[in-house]
Design a binder for this molecule. Sequence first.
Ligand SMILES: [Ca+2]
Length: 140
Amino acid sequence: MKIRTVLFSAALAVLGSLTAVVPASADGISTYYLTFRTGNLPNADTEDPVRVTMFGTAGNSAPMQFDRDFNRGETWTSGPHRHPSFGTVGYISLGKGGRESDAWYSEYVDIHEEATGRVYHCAVNEWFPKESLTRFYACS
Ligand SMILES: [Ca+2]
């Protein structure tokens, strides 16, 4: 128990030093825009819901769900989304529901953080099958 407490404190200290170098708005709330690129391939579009959670050095976003038609060859931006800053974005989980049994080809998800001006590129370049599926993708 003692060792766990020490490790936890050390982890908090590391997180604290990481967040200290990331500029955020005065109230600690950041504004994010998410851009989804759907491939220009036959059947690449989907009517199934798409879900994203963003993971950073200081926590993660709430799970977000997008209930809309993602069209073939489309680049679509969602936002603004206001959320407590979670530091430098490292990866996302990207999922697609299976309600409509509609496969989807995602090329990438870009995350624009307004306060820092940073754009994180999360390359996907994969099919999501008809069934519900969630995978993790690195962002840089
Ligand atoms: Ca499709």
